[in-house]
Design a protein around this ligand. Structure first.
Ligand code: NAP
Length: 278
């Protein structure tokens, strides 16, 4: 999802040339594969969007999760260092345990509840302890045009279900992938390297997020189905991986670094759903 958005955004801008190798051309768990790709492309910046993102599947596939989300960072860091390339990497709100009651800052101590979160934290730690030039951007609850995501899932469900059940006991920040790409591109125009949080402004539960998706579509398309959203508890879903109950991210650091005001999640969701961006 994120890689596709970088490609479509950079191809619209004259100041960037972006090349996105397929996984067969650049497997991040294989350093020689990264070296080959880097040698043929000769980039100034390497944006790593590759990850093992199936949070529940990670629970049954520890090795794969740690290899792709953790150990592969050593390969990327090594090749970037050899070639003096700026590395941009993404992590997740799932590195936190959700016990806090105010937005997580870059200073807060991670304590992941899942294998996915732990494997992403390992990648973060390699990067934070390295002397590579990097931007590490933690984000959350991403949706957009590419890949599977919550917004698409809710819309698809409304086609054949008159009611849908969505959890109301996990609170976070929905984030439009286009906002992540725009903000990342601004950040990488600076030399303020390091770790940053970025997500859309405003907290909500997945239940509130689903209600808002349906409300926006009903207001814009009269015939959009009147699907009822029923709040449920996470325990009822019996998912393999535990999720944090609260994982909103503080954006103070990134806003100060690049002088932006983060859009509210409802505003971005509306732009995505009815602004011709979908
Ligand atoms: N999605 C979210 O809500 C969310 C939230 C917070 C943070 N993030 C982070 O944001 C980043 C991008 O997420 P996303 O949702 O765009 O992920 P995505 O849609 O799942 O894309 C990840 C891509 O990485 C590829 N990949 C897996 N193993 C690879 C390897 N060894 N070498 C090269 N490519 C490999 C996957 O290919 P296959 O599909 O073939 O496996 C997939 O195309 C990730 O770092 C993720 O942890 C995402």
């Amino acid at each position: 999802m994120l890689a596709k958005e970088f490609v479509s955004e950079c191809r619209n801008r004259k100041d960037y040339t972006i090349i996105a190798p397929e996984e067969e051309e650049c497997d991040i768990t294989d350093i020689s594969s990264i070296r080959n790709a880097v040698n043929s492309i000769n980039p100034q910046v390497l944006i790593n969007c590759a990850a093992y993102t199936d949070v529940d599947a990670c629970e049954a596939n520890h090795e794969k999760a740690f290899e792709i989300n953790g150990e592969a960072l050593k390969n990327l860091m090594q090749v970037c260092k050899e070639n003096d390339i700026l590395l941009v990497h993404f992590s997740t709100d799932f590195v936190f345990d959700g016990k806090k009651e105010s937005p997580y800052t870059e200073e807060d101590k991670p304590s992941p509840l899942s294998i996915y979160g732990a494997s992403k934290l390992l990648g973060e730690q390699y990067l934070l302890n390295s002397d590579t030039r990097f931007f590490l951007i933690r984000t959350s609850w991403m949706y957009g045009n590419g890949g599977n995501n919550f917004v698409k899932a809710v819309i698809n469900k409304t086609f054949n279900q008159s009611e849908i059940r969505i959890v109301d006991d996990q609170i976070g920040n929905p984030t439009w992938v286009k906002d992540i790409v725009d903000t990342s591109l601004r950040l990488l125009g600076t030399e303020e390297y390091g770790i940053y949080n970025y997500s859309n402004e405003g907290d909500c539960s997945w239940y509130e997020f689903a209600c808002e998706i349906i409300k926006i579509l009903q207001n814009s398309k009269n015939k959009f189905r009147n699907t009822k959203v029923i709040p449920i508890k996470s325990a009822q879903l019996k998912r393999a991986a535990k999720r944090p109950a609260y994982s909103a991210l503080s954006k103070c650091k990134i806003e100060a670094a690049i002088g932006i005001k983060t859009p509210h999640w409802k505003e971005s969701l509306e732009r995505f759903l009815i602004g011709g961006n979908r």
